[in-house]
Design a protein around this ligand. Structure first.
Ligand code: NDP
Length: 284
């Protein structure tokens, strides 16, 4: 393998170590960070993600509570749960696990979360501040991906960054973060003409597509840094949106799946939760 591995397991363990220290400092002030997760329905992937979040909270001394709700709950019941968590001073972070069942209004639900408790960074206020380049809660996955790039000392200023995917939770915030780092950013999507011509220009290539091994070696410029956000299950095994074996022969740095961006996503959720508790403790 020619490329160096950007290892999310090692890096997230380091981030968790520093979060533990911050949690201990908060404990001295009588504050225990609290995260409430709202999980609607029984989607297996969502159950796994929520269970990983619960485990991370337990490791770090964060109080976590998961409100498991049946898939046919009403919008009103969902909103009531959010409003109660907003009011609860022991809850510093609120996360509504997405996707919600189709009959529920996701945007309305997310907009109800207090922006300072929106540890996923999906609230209009946080997304708007990110777009303006102002301080805000940043969505965990793109925040984690950027953290990986910066920790490896990869220069971003003036670089050609190509993000494939334009979702509100990954592609768009990722592009905004790279723009803030003074990269020249191109966002690609399913209607992009000649995608390979775009990806081949990239010094930094981020794949957030949701299609297994979609980015092949011929789509990558030799020496590019490749960040694979995708999590796909093929024959019971996890793989990313990048054809790892072939692309790692061409790239200079690459993130693996599993053990890459996914690990950082959880670490950044913990970071956002502890930051929210620190803000609340300062204001108490
Ligand atoms: P979405 O389905 O919301 O977005 C996928 C994006 O990929 C869309 O913008 C879509 O374009 C684009 N796309 C689809 N097909 C093509 C194509 N043939 N060529 C170019 N672009 C294409 O997915 P998410 O952003 O939510 O997630 C992306 C991946 O990241 C998934 O595998 C998901 O599981 C994973 N993920 C991983 C996380 C982690 O912690 N590592 C966290 C969140 C997600 P268009 O807009 O035109 O439809």
């Amino acid at each position: 393998m020619a490329a160096q591995l950007l290892d999310g397991r090692i890096l997230s363990a380091q981030v968790e170590q520093s979060i533990k220290t911050r949690v201990e400092a908060l404990a001295q002030k009588g504050c225990v960070p609290g995260l409430t997760v709202i999980l609607v329905g029984d989607d297996p992937a969502s159950q796994t993600y929520v269970s990983n979040k619960e485990k991370a909270c337990a490791r770090l001394g964060i109080r976590s509570r998961t409100l498991r709700m049946p898939k046919d709950i009403s919008q009103e019941t969902l909103e009531k749960a959010i409003l109660e968590a907003n009011e609860d001073p022991a809850v510093h972070g609120i996360l509504v696990q997405l996707p919600l069942p189709k009959h529920l209004d996701e945007s309305r639900a997310l907009a109800l979360i207090l922006p300072q408790k929106d540890v996923d960074g999906f609230h209009d206020v946080n997304m708007g501040r990110l777009a303006r380049g102002e301080e805000c809660v940043v969505a965990c996955t793109p925040k984690g991906a950027l953290y990986m790039l910066k920790s490896a000392g990869i220069p971003l200023e003036g670089k050609e960054a190509v993000v494939v995917g334009r979702s509100n939770i990954v592609g768009k915030p990722m592009a905004l973060l790279l723009l803030q780092e003074n990269a020249t950013v191109t966002i690609c999507h399913s209607r992009t003409r000649d995608l390979a011509a775009q990806t081949r220009r990239a010094d930094i290539l981020v794949a957030a597509i949701g299609k297994p091994r979609f980015i092949t070696a011929d789509m990558v410029k030799p020496g590019a840094v490749v960040v694979d956000v995708g999590i796909n299950r093929v024959d019971g095994k996890l793989c990313g949106d990048v054809d790892f074996d072939a692309v790692s022969q061409v790239a200079s740095f690459i993130t693996p799946v599993p053990g890459g961006v996914g690990k950082m996503t959880i670490a950044m959720l913990m970071d956002n939760t502890v930051s929210a508790a620190e803000r609340a403790a300062r204001q108490a």
